[in-house]
Ligand binder design. Structure first.
Ligand code: G1P
Ligand code: ZN
Length: 546
């Protein structure tokens, strides 16, 4: 075997978005596409320090093209001179498990192959992202440098070694680089057992508590099987759709009430299990469902924060909370009661990293079904489910009882997100530009009965490293505490997706059980009046409401 230097040319558009580089699988599998990006990553990050002393973690969500990409990257890492690569068996590592392994094994970083919740398959999406030694997604300074490198790349290096067996636990060598195939679950499961009261959860299941975990045929299945049914004694069948498939069974592995309709339907039956949960393509998202009762991710973050000390890993209390700007302000109420800070960051988990590293936040969350903590540097689906199980075990209450008691104490933040998917990109940008022009005139204006107190395009200055992010979403905040947020998705691969987020605060317990869309109706109409959504997008209604 020998290291080959292959001539290449820059390929346009290799700019990482909200979470790594995501494209159609057909784009990713064209000659040199993956290689150009990986070489650019190595050129940017692999030159810091001595690669021959460095370990790289490698794994993905198992989607179509994962196996081929794993082989390419192993051969490129060997050509780059990495000392070793830790690869999940079968090329599998959930995103949070990859973060856990990077941290635990002291790796220099990791490459995660995933397009998260986007559909997979030959016609679906593929993606890649680099995570740094702290375990989290590379900051923008790194992803920008990688992007610039892709614009001038002329060659990449790759070993011509035959394919490496990644299906058997053990160690092999390629070009003097050590390749260790690891159990994708073991390190992660060991961390979970330290954070949560597994004895209490075991007793809960032994006492007849019932649950369904929907793996959505994606990567969290093996983790849920091993931890819930294996370590915690939940009956077999608790985990459904638990075998990762290359096309996720043709489904859309995004755990929200629309895509996880099977679970939602199950939880609405008269004989529904006590608890339902689902996770996404790469295992970092979570959806929590009670019997006939959906929990919004914003509420889930707030509930976990208010009750965090039930879990052994959080017994000392929280240092702070962080939430993305569009996430509801339910967590802010809890932070206020606990006397800790609640940080508001732009959308994307990468913005939590510095706060977690600096000990300024313990729990973080996003409205997009993402919850996590300082245990890793990614959001974490199975972790959130275990946290809820710990809480259910400790309280002896149902999901609905826990959440409604939370509302009575802190007030309810009615919340919904409306997505307009696959709209014309130029029209979407125009809508946002028009909104920005209107911003200065909005304070004091009445929008469908709500008086605007404040409106801006969200800018963020990281309190730890001083880095800034601009144009992160238009916020319109009303004098009654309600809010409308507009932003364009940064994870799509076709056209544009407009996201409109609605939030209305209801402190009166007698008014907290209204249908959500009805409670938000005046804000929804206000959004259309200020942004002319229907006219500008040509869509009479959103494609997805969560
Ligand atoms: C979406 C979510 C965002 C999340 C990201 C990655 O990004 O809205 O909260 O961090 O996926 O999972 P968007 O498509 O809105 O840019
Ligand atoms: Zn994901």
């Amino acid at each position: 075997m020998a290291i080959q230097t292959i001539a290449t040319q820059p390929i346009a558009g290799q700019k990482p978005g909200t979470s790594g580089l995501r494209k159609k699988t057909a784009v990713f599998s064209q000659p040199h596409y993956l290689e150009n990006f990986v070489q650019s990553v190595f050129d940017v990050v692999g030159n810091e320090g001595d690669p021959t002393a460095q370990t790289l973690v490698l794994g993905g969500d198992g989607r179509y093209h994962n196996r081929a990409a794993i082989q390419t990257i192993l051969k490129m890492a060997a050509a780059h001179g990495y000392a070793s690569v830790l690869v999940g068996r079968g090329g599998i590592l959930s995103t949070p498990a990859a973060s856990c392994v990077i941290r635990k094994r002291g790796a220099a970083g990791g490459l995660i192959l995933s397009a998260s919740h986007n559909p997979g398959g030959a016609d679906g999406d593929f993606g890649i992202k680099y995570n740094i030694a702290a375990g989290g997604p590379a900051p923008e300074s790194v992803t920008d440098a990688v992007y610039h490198r892709t614009e001038s790349i002329t060659q990449y290096r790759i070993s011509d070694a035959p394919d490496i067996d990644v299906d058997t636990i053990g160690v092999t060598q390629i070009e003097g680089m050590r390749v260790e195939v690891i159990d994708p679950v073991a390190d992660y499961a060991e961390l979970m057992a330290r954070l949560f009261d597994f004895d209490a959860i075991r007793k809960l299941f032994a006492g007849g508590f019932t649950m369904r975990f929907d793996g959505m045929h994606a990567v969290s299945g093996p983790y849920a099987h091993a931890i819930l049914e294996g370590m915690l004694g939940a009956p077999r069948g608790t985990v459904i759709n638990g075998v990762p498939l290359e096309d996720f069974g043709g489904g859309h592995p995004d755990p929200n009430p629309v895509n996880a309709a099977e679970l939602i339907g199950l939880m609405a039956q008269p004989d529904a299990p006590d608890f339902g949960a689902a996770s996404d393509g790469d295992g970092d998202r979570n959806m929590i469902v009670g019997r006939k009762f959906d929990v919004t991710p914003s509420d889930s973050l707030a509930v976990l924060a208010a009750n965090a000390t039930v879990a052994p890993g959080y017994r000392a209390g929280l240092k702070g909370i962080a939430r993305s700007m569009p996430t509801s302000r339910a967590a802010d109420k809890v932070a206020e009661a606990l006397g800790i800070a609640c940080h508001e960051t732009p959308t994307g988990w990468k913005y939590f990293g510095t706060l977690l590293d600096a000990g300024m936040a313990t729990l973080c969350g996003e409205e997009s079904y993402g919850t996590g903590s300082d245990h890793v540097r990614e959001k974490d689906g199975v972790w959130a489910v275990l946290f809820w199980l710990n809480l259910l075990a400790a309280s002896g209450k149902s999901v609905e009882e826990i959440v409604t008691a939370h509302w009575v104490r802190f007030g309810r933040h009615y919340y919904s997100r409306h997505d307009y998917e696959g709209i014309d990109a130029a029209a979407a940008n125009l809508l946002m530009d028009d909104l920005r022009i209107k911003l200065p005139a909005l304070p004091g204006a009445s929008l469908n009965g709500h008086t605007v107190e404040f409106a801006d395009d969200f800018s963020y200055t990281d309190p730890v490293d001083g880095s800034t992010a601009h144009k992160q979403g238009v916020r319109i905040i009303m004098t009654d505490g309600s809010r409308i947020v507009f932003r364009l998705s940064g994870t799509g691969t076709e056209g544009a997706t407009l996201r409109v987020y609605f939030e209305l605060y209801e402190p009166d317990a007698a008014q907290q059980r209204r249908p959500v869309q009805q409670a938000l109706a005046s804000l929804i109409a206000a959004a259309d009046s200020v942004a002319s959504i229907t006219t500008q997008t040509g869509r009479a209604s959103p494609s997805v409401i969560t």
